[in-house]
Write a protein that binds this ligand. Structure first.
Ligand SMILES: *Cc1c(COP(=O)(O)O)cnc(C)c1O
Length: 351
């Protein structure tokens, strides 16, 4: 029997991907020219279905890039003139701040506790952007939609950028409450790595125009110009865009997926309360991620080894939580019977 991966990215892909890749090969998608009318039509449909599924406002643009990491650089080089403020409590939020600083921007770092809500009173009026990591994959914490709405209420003209890499397409997000959202597809979208989506409000386009930066292959305005023609700024991962199109076309939409992810999260919560020696890293349930479970144990290696013997792959801890935690993806592509198998494993060995 093959192993079941609960790794939070790259993670289990939707099982339909198998069939779609075969069809892509048969229909010549993999050698499709990325400036051809067929490609442009596919890209337009991909964006249309994603907009419907995720409830993305009509006036926001949906653009394809190669990764979340690329988006960190696009924002720094094309969208921040001088200063951005980064709120974080984990490794991904910190890396975003680091890359922004390396590209010569002034970065205001506001770290906050894993169990705390984002400190709204620390918003700086001098920053052009407020940057937040909605779902911090390294430690399993989240910033709620309510908090993002409060940031919007308190902001004084700052734009808001949100890393939603491990939550977009998994939980409901209020896109209109922030200006720029991004995610790579190897997490909640349930697709192979090598593609990311960037969702932008009209204010982001205005900001890019006011800066006018064109020095890079992936300068924001160059990406935008290509996108408006349903093309990309380089030869893209056409297969992944096709898989994105096919899975979005058949998706039941974010309300359905959000309910599924939340009800599974509630089941995990109930189970984990009953276990001995395994606990949540994030104790405050309100700021606990719904899609990435970060769990503590005094010997996480042992838990992972034991799970492996039952053909279950658990995710390593990440960054400073590497030695004390392991992680479990609660992504929508996980199957009910796979989750049952992992739940039984925990019950059998730790309760
Ligand atoms: C995985 C992840 C990234 C990096 O994604 P890439 O596709 O490797 O660039 C960035 N931010 C968060 C929150 C992530 O979970």
């Amino acid at each position: 029997m093959s192993d079941i991966s609960f790794y939070p990215g790259p993670s289990r892909v939707y099982s339909s991907v198998n069939e779609y890749i075969y069809e892509a090969y048969k229909d010549g998608i993999m050698s499709m020219n990325h400036r051809s009318p067929e490609f442009m039509e596919m890209m337009s449909s991909a964006k249309k279905h994603a907009r419907l599924n995720l409830n993305i406002p009509e006036e926001y643009e949906i653009m394809f890039v190669s990764s979340a990491t690329e988006t960190w650089e696009i924002i720094a080089q094309s969208l921040i003139k001088e200063t951005s403020q980064h709120f974080y409590n984990g490794a991904f939020g910190e890396k975003w701040a680091d890359y922004t600083e390396k590209l010569g921007r002034k970065v205001i770092r506001t770290e906050f506790d894993l169990n705390a809500e984002l400190p709204l009173d620390k918003i700086h009026s001098s920053a052009e952007w407020i940057c937040i990591t909605q779902n911090e994959t390294s430690n399993g914490s989240q910033v709620t939609n309510e908090t993002i709405a409060e940031i919007r209420d308190r902001s004084q003209g700052q734009l808001i950028a949100v890393d939603a890499t491990s939550s977009m397409a998994g939980i409901h997000l209020d896109y209109e409450k922030a200006d720029l959202w991004y995610a790579s597809v190897q997490k909640c979208f349930g697709l192979p790595a090598g593609l990311a989506v960037m969702v932008c409000s009209p204010a982001v386009v205005k900001k890019a125009e006011s800066i006018g930066e064109y020095n890079h292959y992936n300068s924001f305005l160059r990406i935008l110009e290509n996108h408006l023609k349903n093309q990309t700024h380089y030869t893209p991962n056409v297969l992944d865009i096709y898989l994105f199109y096919r899975t979005n076309k058949l998706s039941k939409g974010i309300d359905h997926i959000n309910n599924k992810v939340n009800s599974r999260f509630n089941n995990w919560t109930e189970l984990i309360e009953k276990l001995n020696g395994i606990n949540w890293l994030v104790e405050n349930e309100k700021v606990r991620s719904r899609t990435v479970l970060s769990l503590t144990h005094n010997q996480p290696e042992k838990v992972k080894e034991k799970a492996k013997k039952s053909s279950l792959i658990l995710g390593n801890g990440y960054g400073k939580w590497k030695e004390t935690t392991f992680r479990v993806a609660n992504f929508p592509a996980m199957k009910g019977k796979e989750i049952e198998k992992l739940a039984n494993f925990f019950e059998r060995n730790y309760s």
